[in-house]
Design a protein around this ligand. Structure first.
Ligand code: PAF
Length: 280
């Protein structure tokens, strides 16, 4: 298992690939089964797979969150080894990536950045755009794999690649769920027992919302979801939105020609959980 920590090392490695296809999975570490399913896909589809492990400071709007973010490189490397010893890990330092200027570039993602997560996490998508663009330039993969749990991020990365003509195929991968239905996330580890027990309610509610959307208006479905969380003793709803998957804008009137998803953010104690479901 090779772990590179500098861009010059990884670039040197990539320059020896001679036309072999390269699949890339950018992560912030604290790997779980959701990440591993992306890496498996990258291995299946390509000759070589690179996984980056980098806790990106510019996408955090809160110092405490950044400090508390788990850094578990040894464990991450051991987990990746169970998939294949040939995976290449790129685990750079902040300096290697930002060269003394730890700042996000400002982007326009044609409004995608102002919806949902954008309303609650100031500057987050500028930080994500900055790091993903930089990593793509360093690693130069053929394809890159992202989970649909962060569907807004996935659409923003598609927009980034499009706008900057970056020659990377962006592949969205299905949400990996625990048997309880809870979407896999590094944050789940931090849930206290009672909240872990309560959290599958999020996906259960999304599934029922999907059923209801078949026959009812978006407004009615939204009201119903809000009422479910108003009654819930442990989980607090931050937002629930039914949105067009292309613009991420809330649906006003349903159209057969459009595809919709329901998006949700919920607080379980001080842990923020997000999830979403395709509606058609
Ligand atoms: O989804 C994540 O883990 C991060 O936002 C990403 C894409 C690795 C960028 O830091």
């Amino acid at each position: 298992m090779t772990v590179f920590t500098t861009k010059s090392e990884i670039q040197k490695f990539v320059s020896t690939l001679n036309g072999k296809t390269l699949g890339f999975v950018p992560t912030m570490g604290a790997l779980h089964e959701g990440h591993l399913s992306l890496v498996e896909k990258a291995i299946q589809d390509n000759d070589v797979a690179i996984v980056s492990v980098f806790v990106n400071p510019t996408q955090f709007d809160n110092e405490k969150d950044l400090e508390k973010y788990p850094r578990t490189l040894d464990r991450d490397v051991s987990l990746l080894k169970t998939l294949s010893p040939d995976i290449i890990v790129y685990a750079p330092s902040v300096d290697d990536i930002y060269e003394g200027q730890t700042e996000a570039q400002e982007f326009s993602f044609d409004g995608l950045e102002f919806e949902m997560e954008g309303k609650f996490r100031d500057g987050h998508f500028d930080g994500v755009g900055t790091i993903v663009k930089r990593l793509f330039e360093i690693v130069t993969p053929n394809s890159a794999y992202f989970g649909e749990k962060d569907f807004q991020q996935l659409q923003i990365i598609r927009k980034l690649v499009d706008k900057y003509h970056i020659p990377v195929k962006v592949k969205g991968c299905k949400i990996h769920r625990a048997a309880s239905g809870l979407a896999m996330s590094s944050r789940n580890e931090r849930l206290k027992r009672e909240y872990k027990k309560a959290a599958p309610f999020i996906y259960k509610t999304l599934k029922t919302a999907k059923e209801k959307f078949g026959t009812k208006s978006a407004t009615k479905v939204i009201e119903w979801v809000k009422s479910q969380f108003d009654k819930h003793e442990l989980l607090k709803l931050e937002y629930f939105s039914i949105a067009d998957i292309e613009t991420l804008k809330p649906v006003k009137r349903k159209s057969n020609k459009k595809n919709y998803r329901a998006f949700i953010a919920v607080y379980a104690d001080d842990i923020r959980l997000i999830d979403n479901i395709a509606l058609n």
